[in-house]
Design a protein. Sequence first.
Length: 94
Amino acid sequence: MPQNNVNRYISFEGTNCEEKSSQIIGWVKQYTEKPPRPSAWSDYFRDKLESSLALGQDELFIICSQMNNVRSLFEEYEDTEALTLLEQVEEDCC
């Protein structure tokens, strides 16, 4: 039975999940487009973001399904701010 126009994130109301996920995707793009140093994650996320967005997956879905990989990327660059926000999104939104 198709469900049109269903907001699957209604239970996240007031948690700013979409805003936080957008910020995290911004950091991922920054690290893949202009990495501070070479990383195997650059190609991985460049391809993953392109294919996920082409499939119509939203940013929160991408982050939740790629949580461990995103964490590894942020750990590689020792980005504590990004790791803190990622942890919040994992606990509150995924």
